[in-house]
Design a protein around this ligand. Structure first.
Ligand code: GLP
Length: 265
C-alpha cells in the first residue's frame, strides 16, 4: 500500500483531491469519463470541497463522470436528510456538478433488498466498473458498512450495523433510537474490484484503525486491512492518524524517493 503522511486534515483534502483529479484527467485523455466510488462520513467531505474548487477553477472537468456510493441505510426514506441518497446529493452530486442520473446509491427502500443488492452489483459492472474508490475508515476498521468479521470476499448485501457504528452515527439523528439497525453495503470483494483505492483518514481517533489497516495482518477483524490485497491502494493520512504506525520513517523515505515514472502504489 502506498502511504502518504501529511501534516493536517487540510493537506489530506488537497492531496487526495489531486489524486482523484489525476485519475479523472488520465481517463479523459484515454477517451472516457471516470467512474468514481464515493463514500459518506466526515472523512471525505473536505476532499469533495477541494474537488469542487478544482471544478470551479476550470482545472477539472467532471462532465459524464459517474459515481457509485458505498452504502445506504435500510428502511430510511431516501428523502430523509441523513439517508445516504440525500447526503451524497448534498455533498457530492451538487457541489461537483455531477449529472444526478449518473450518481447511484443502493436502494435501501426496495421491497426486495436482495434483488436491489444484486442489481447494484450489475449496475457497477454495466458502468464498466469503478475506476477509483474513495474510502474513509471507521474507528473499528470498517470500510463502507463492512463491520469487523465481514467476509473479505463479500459482495453488496444487507447487514446489521454494529452498536458502536450506530452510536457513532447517532450524531446525525435527533435520537440514538432513530439510527437504522440495517444497511446495504458494497462488500469488501466489491470494493476490491475497483481499479484504484484511495483511503483518507484524519485525527487521533483513527490512529489504531489506520495502524491495523496498514501494518496489521490481513484479517476480517479489520476490514480495511483487505486494502493490502489490492495492487493500487493509496492511504492519505494526517500526522495524528499516523500515530500508531511503526514504519513512518520508511513511508516518508519512499515518498521522498519515488522511482521515476511510478505513479501507482
Ligand atoms: C460510516 C460510513 C463509512 C465511513 C465511516 C467513517 O459509517 N459508512 O463509509 O468511512 O463510517 O466515518 P467518518 O468519516 O465520519 O469518521
Amino acid at each position: 500500500m502506498r502511504v502518504i503522511i501529511v501534516d493536517d486534515a487540510a493537506a489530506v483534502a488537497s492531496v487526495s483531491a489531486e489524486q482523484i483529479a489525476r485519475s479523472v484527467r488520465e481517463l479523459r485523455a484515454s477517451g472516457r469519463a471516470a467512474v468514481l466510488g464515493v463514500a459518506t462520513g466526515y472523512s471525505p467531505l473536505a476532499t469533495y470541497a477541494a474537488l469542487a474548487g478544482l471544478v470551479r477553477a476550470a482545472e477539472l472537468d467532471l462532465s459524464g463522470v459517474a459515481a457509485f456510493a458505498l452504502d445506504e441505510y435500510v428502511g430510511l426514506d431516501p428523502r430523509h436528510p441523513e439517508s445516504y441518497h440525500a447526503v451524497i446529493h448534498r455533498t457530492v452530486t451538487e457541489p461537483l456538478g455531477l449529472d444526478p442520473g449518473l450518481v447511484h446509491v443502493p436502494d435501501g427502500a426496495a421491497a426486495d433488498i436482495g434483488a436491489a443488492c444484486e442489481g447494484y452489483e450489475r449496475d457497477i459492472v454495466a458502468a464498466g466498473g469503478v475506476d477509483l474508490q474513495l474510502l474513509g475508515i471507521g474507528a473499528n476498521g470498517h470500510i463502507g458498512f463492512n463491520e469487523p468479521t465481514s467476509s473479505l470476499a463479500s459482495r453488496t448485501r444487507i447487514k446489521t450495523l454494529a452498536p458502536k457504528t450506530r452510536e457513532d452515527n447517532a450524531r446525525f439523528f435527533d435520537s440514538p433510537g432513530e439510527v437504522p439497525m440495517h444497511c446495504i453495503t458494497q462488500g469488501i470483494g466489491t470494493i476490491l474490484d475497483a481499479r484504484r483505492l484511495l483511503l483518507v483518514a484524519q485525527g487521533a481517533g483513527k490512529a489504531d484503525a489506520v495502524a491495523a489497516m496498514i501494518e496489521g495482518p490481513v484479517t476480517s477483524m479489520c476490514p480495511a486491512s483487505a486494502l493490502q490485497l489490492h495492487p493500487d491502494a493509496v492511504a492519505v493520512i494526517d500526522r495524528a492518524a499516523s500515530a500508531g504506525l511503526v514504519l513512518t520513517d520508511y513511508y516518508e523515505h519512499v515518498e521522498r524517493n519515488r522511482p521515476p515514472g511510478a505513479v501507482r502504489a
